[in-house]
Design a protein around this ligand. Structure first.
Ligand code: ZN
Length: 256
């Protein structure tokens, strides 16, 4: 904690972003991959002034697992603190502009998360779209403390990559008329884990049919996710989740 009470130190606005693209297109600069919350905040503030509508007010009297509510629009300070958390975790990310797609679908305060860090290495991520910033922070901590350490302890090899089936998707929960947390970029579907020794442990292939260690690893990372995320659904929940772990920031500690 910093002297002024913030969880994370304020980023230096002059901190250099990683520039992956050398040239712009049609006179427009290509996006920079930022580790600087200061730069990110300036970008977001500029975009927020472009007339994006406010999110809908939360509805009263809904059950915990009813239709996900669009989160209250975060303040500039909250956005900065969240991005600073990703910077402190040495994640590689790109802040994204707020977008509203209709039908209740939106991406507010999201990032494109390209990598997170374990204790010793950069962990690759695949197939991720926009991810709500608080979800990205929780995911980064789970990957480091919940997944990589379990991989080393149970399987004897560090983690190098997490494969996903995506994050943002404007849709309902499968088989229902309730809007999915994916419609707000508040959930990530994780399908497999790749280890440094080349093994690939997938939810579909190893949850039931894996070795004892592989099955123990998947159940351990599932349980550690339940301690961090609001809602976690896996193969034991229903067949729709036979091939992935649904990790949702929202919800009231629903773990299946
Ligand atoms: Zn999901």
């Amino acid at each position: 904690m910093t002297p002024n009470g913030a969880l994370f130190p304020a980023a230096d606005p002059g901190q250099v972003c990683r520039v992956l693209a050398a040239k712009g297109t049609m006179g427009l600069p290509k996006p920079r991959l930022c580790r600087s919350a200061g730069v990110a905040l300036a970008l977001l503030a500029a975009l927020a002034s472009c007339g994006a509508p406010h999110s809908r007010a939360p509805q009263r009297g809904r059950a915990v697992h009813a239709r996900p509510r669009p989160p209250p629009a975060p303040s500039a300070a909250e956005r900065q603190q969240c991005l600073a958390g990703l910077t402190a975790a040495s994640a590689t990310f790109q802040p994204l502009p707020d977008q509203y797609f209709g039908a209740g679908c939106s991406t507010v305060n999201t990032v494109r998360l390209l990598s997170v860090n374990s204790d010793t290495a950069m962990l690759g991520l695949s197939n991720l779209g926009p991810v709500a910033c608080p979800l990205a922070n929780t995911f980064a901590a789970w990957a480091r403390y919940g997944v990589d350490r379990a991989a080393r302890q149970i399987l004897g090899s560090p983690l190098v990559r997490i494969e996903t089936m995506g994050s943002y998707s404007c849709r309902n929960v499968a088989g229902t008329d309730r809007m999915s947390a994916h419609a707000l970029a508040q959930a990530i579907d994780v399908s497999a884990f790749v280890l440094a020794d080349g093994r690939r442990i997938s939810v579909l292939g190893n949850w039931s049919a894996g070795t004892d260690d592989e099955r123990a690893f998947l159940r351990t990372v599932h349980q550690s996710a339940c301690k961090r995320f609001g809602t976690v659904l896996g193969p034991d929940y229903n067949t729709a989740h036979r091939n992935h772990l649904h990790l949702e920031y929202t919800g009231g500690r629903f773990c299946r």
